[in-house]
Design a binder for this molecule. Structure first.
Ligand code: RFL
Length: 404
């Protein structure tokens, strides 16, 4: 950038600049606003895109309670659907776990993430919150000091910058916050689980009154209700499969085969409206802080969707970060902010462990071959049998499936 361009670069400021208007950024924005903290959200995408991006659906009870506590749960209380049963379908049989009656007796609320995002955004704007859409962060600079700066570009490529006291990186796995942390300043743990899912949204009512997990020699298939009209399905596919590689007929036939529709009842078919290919990967950054830049949500830790934890973690971390930032800015007390990373990492690793266990329950070992692969397969059968027959194992499952 030339000196004259630099001079023309506009500068805004806020005590807390939040990157990203997903669940993490919007919960954080709402809580800071309620605490009277000067903040602004910068979001790379257009408002329409943010409000229609289909992702998570299963919110745990602690997430609903948290949102309720802050007056953010109105929409999900009105339109969300309670869900407490999952069904495993295997070679030999099927069995159901009513997890409302197991573990801590908690359930999920099914509420599409884009509806939650729409509610959170409406509430943030109604409270006078500042947000800039189509404004992508390019880099966070000087985060190791007390006056970090965020370089941004709008949709037309015009540069500007935001000065802040703190920056909250809620801009997901590929966002600018992660990229701006110098090599070696934080440690990144990463695991590629070697499994790929084709995630599908079908314009069709749910086919069963439970979350369905099909464990099949041809690969995993999943069924998750979204609403009375829309159902999410997952199919394990070969790594590198393009989203549109399978015809709709092939998708429905394969789902019916793996979910054993011939034995357990037909699937409600309908047009497939969205397809996403998801490589199951996990990563965790340690610590979740670089000076005055803090990470939350997928920017802090990516978790494979096998156990439906990502959005739940994002909301929890946003609450902890809001508490820390409020204490630091309002009461000059840095202690909660200093504890933020360690507190979150305890939840993150527990969720990662359970998600990892789920992956090994639902999939044959993709890396295995020959006798090792058979060995892994036998272990997987034994795991399923334990879950089917042991009340202790079922309680453990329920506690981790809904809890953090
Ligand atoms: P998000 O939702 O990705 O939001 C990040 C926002 O940042 C913006 N952004 C930027 N903005 C400014 N400058 C930049 N440079 C930027 N770069 C990016 C993006 O446009 C976006 O608006 O992250 P957040 O807030 O951390 O929330 C995380 C959750 O979205 C994610 O963990 C969940 O969707 C994971 N997940 C699930 N989690 C659950 O708890 N329950 C579920 O049932 C569940 N199902 C799922 C899922 C994720 C899935 N995918 C996408 C793999 C199902 C699927 C298929």
């Amino acid at each position: 950038m030339t000196e004259s361009q630099k001079a023309r670069t506009a500068q805004d400021s806020a005590d807390v600049v939040i990157l990203g208007a997903g669940p993490a950024g919007l919960v954080l924005g709402n809580l800071l606003l309620a605490a009277g903290i000067d903040c602004a959200i910068l979001e790379r995408a257009a408002r329409e895109h943010v409000q229609t991006r289909a992702r998570a659906g299963y919110l745990a009870e602690h997430t609903v309670r948290l949102l309720d506590r802050h007056g953010l749960a109105g929409g999900l209380r009105r339109r969300g659907q309670e869900h407490g049963v999952c069904e495993f379908r295997t070679e030999s049989d099927r069995f159901r776990l009513d997890y409302r009656l197991l573990g801590r007796g908690e359930q999920h609320t099914v509420y599409p993430q884009h509806e939650l995002v729409t509610d959170l955004l409406a509430q943030y704007l109604a409270g006078g919150g500042r947000i800039r859409f189509e404004t992508g962060a390019v880099a966070v600079r000087d985060a190791d000091g007390t006056q970090p700066v965020v370089d941004v570009r709008d949709a037309d490529g015009r540069p500007s910058r935001w000065a802040a006291r703190y920056v909250a990186g809620c801009d997901g796995r590929h966002g600018a916050a992660r990229r701006s942390i110098p090599d070696g300043a934080v440690r990144r743990h990463h695991r590629d689980h070697g499994v790929t899912w084709l995630g599908l949204l079908a314009e069709a009512p749910p086919s069963l009154d439970a979350v369905g997990y099909a464990i099949h020699p041809r690969g995993f298939a999943g069924h998750m209700a979204r609403s009375p009209e829309v159902t999410r399905y997952y199919l394990q596919v070969a790594r590198g499969t393009a989203p549109d590689a399978w015809s709709e007929d092939r998708i429905w036939d394969e789902l019916a085969l793996r979910l054993r529709a011939a034995d357990h009842g037909p699937l409600e078919r309908g047009p497939i409206s969205r397809r996403t290919v998801v490589d199951l990967e996990s990563d965790v950054l340690e610590p979740l802080r670089h000076g005055s830049l803090f990470l939350a949500g997928d920017a802090a830790s990516l978790i494979s969707p096998s156990a439906a934890k990502g959005a739940n973690l994002a909301v929890l971390e946003a609450e902890l970060l809001a508490g820390g930032l409020t204490a630091a800015l309002r009461h000059a007390d840095p202690a909660p902010l200093d504890r933020y990373s360690a507190q979150c990492l305890a939840y993150i690793w527990r969720a990662q462990e359970f998600s990892h266990w789920m992956i090994r329950l639902l999939h044959a070992d993709p890396a295995g071959s020959g006798s090792d692969s058979l060995f892994q397969d036998r272990l997987r059968h034994s795991r399923i049998e334990m879950l089917r027959t042991s009340r202790t194992q079922q309680d453990w499952f329920a506690e981790n499936y809904v809890g953090l």
